[in-house]
Design a protein around this ligand. Structure first.
Ligand code: GLA
Length: 378
């Protein structure tokens, strides 16, 4: 987490008084990728990396924001029907507008914010930003009236309506509900969830950030979602959660091959999440790891959201004897998540650093996972 005093000092320097600090984290996801918008299960946990904002209402109808990391300052009126165009401000503007729509009388405020969730790493820096602001504005203007799930949905609606990413609920859910030391299993259809204490005896989770993000033309994330919706519609079910293998095979002759492969991945991932839950009950982490590798294969070959750099990182993990490895998050770059036996950690990190550098000329970043708390006032 970024040093909150730095933000307080900058806030005081700019606005002449102290504000209140709020923070919301990024997330990891053990398994259940691209299942949230298909009504399936996800297995995320909040991480220690987060976005922190120092905020103070100013009663003027205008938001004055300074982004420390980007060294950008900007203002916008909250009743401006278009809102700002810079992406990082769209998140704030969207949250403000959605809070207003939910009946929280947000007025103007001054804010300085920053954080340490790596951008484009698949660790949900944008959800952390949305949740930090949603939590803060609910506390400052709504007396904490809206519950955490409602705030998560406000973050998701911000992505849909103001940024144009038709994401599921996983990232905002995790950022709002995270609990130190626990992963969460969320049923994205019913909204029910459970905490799972995460203390894998003898293993560690390590992220390897490829430090690449391939911005493809168009919106490949939304395309994946549309494929899934097409298949669900043809199968006569609301989401792929309710589509069986048999039904998918019956439909196959009428489906575009690409849509078929997307759905095949999603159905496989549904089975893998259940297998992982079972294995976790038994403390069988080798099985958890094997399922992670299978998820990667599906994401790479059928869902086609991986890339050369990430496939290389997963192959490196396999070569080093790592128990499980796969791409994490939306895809097209970012991180791999690795389940590593303690005694292998050092050798794996050294090997992956060296080999990635010599293959791509890029330094990857090793990020040990520490499961932290969700959005809160500091
Ligand atoms: C992004 C989205 C999530 C989820 C993941 C893939 O992080 O924001 O809703 O779909 O991709 O699992």
């Amino acid at each position: 987490m970024i040093d909150t005093e730095l933000l307080h000092n900058e806030f005081e320097r700019r606005f002449g008084h102290r504000g209140t600090a709020y923070t919301a984290p990024g997330r990891i996801n053990l398994i259940g990728e691209h299942t949230d918008y298909n009504g399936g299960f996800v297995f995320p946990g909040a991480v220690e990396q987060s976005i922190t904002a120092v905020v103070s209402p100013n009663g003027s109808g205008v938001v004055n924001a300074y982004a420390m990391d980007l060294q950008l300052e900007a203002s916008f009126a909250i009743d401006d029907p278009q809102g700002p165009t810079q992406v990082h401000l769209r998140y704030i503007y969207g949250v403000v507008r959605e809070m207003l729509a939910a009946g929280v009388a947000v007025n103007g405020f001054d804010v300085v914010y920053g954080g340490d969730v790596p951008l484009g790493a698949g660790m949900s820096s944008s959800a952390a930003l949305e949740c930090c602001f949603a939590y803060a504005l609910n506390d400052l203007y709504g007396g904490g009236r809206l519950d955490r799930m409602t705030l998560a949905k406000i973050g998701q609606a911000t992505e849909h309506k103001y940024v144009g990413v038709m994401c599921g609920i996983m990232d905002q859910f995790a950022s709002m509900h995270g609990r130190k030391g626990s992963l969460m299993r969320l049923d994205c259809r019913s909204g029910e969830f459970e905490y799972f204490p995460w203390q894998p005896e003898g293993y560690r989770l390590i992220l390897v950030n490829s430090c690449v993000k391939h911005e493809l033309v168009g919106s490949p994330y939304n395309d994946r979602r549309r494929s899934c919706e097409r298949v669900a519609q043809m199968a006569g079910v609301e989401t792929l959660r309710d589509c069986t293998w048999q039904r998918l095979e019956e439909l196959r002759p009428r489906l575009a091959d690409e849509d078929y492969r997307r759905a095949r991945y999603v159905l496989g991932e549904k089975d893998r999440v259940l297998a992982v839950c079972d294995a976790l009950q038994r403390g069988d982490y080798e099985t958890v790891g094997r399922q992670m590798y299978m998820t990667h294969e599906g994401l790479s070959e059928d869902y086609e959201v991986s890339c050369d750099e990430i496939d290389f990182l997963v192959d490196e993990a396999r070569r080093s004897g790592v128990s499980g490895s796969r791409i994490m998050g939306g895809g097209f770059g970012g991180c791999t998540i690795n389940l590593v036996r303690n005694e292998l950690c050092d050798a794996f990190c050294t090997a992956v650093r060296q080999n990635y550098r010599s293959r791509f000329g890029i330094d990857c970043q090793i990020v040990p996972v520490v499961i932290g708390d969700g959005a809160r006032r500091l």
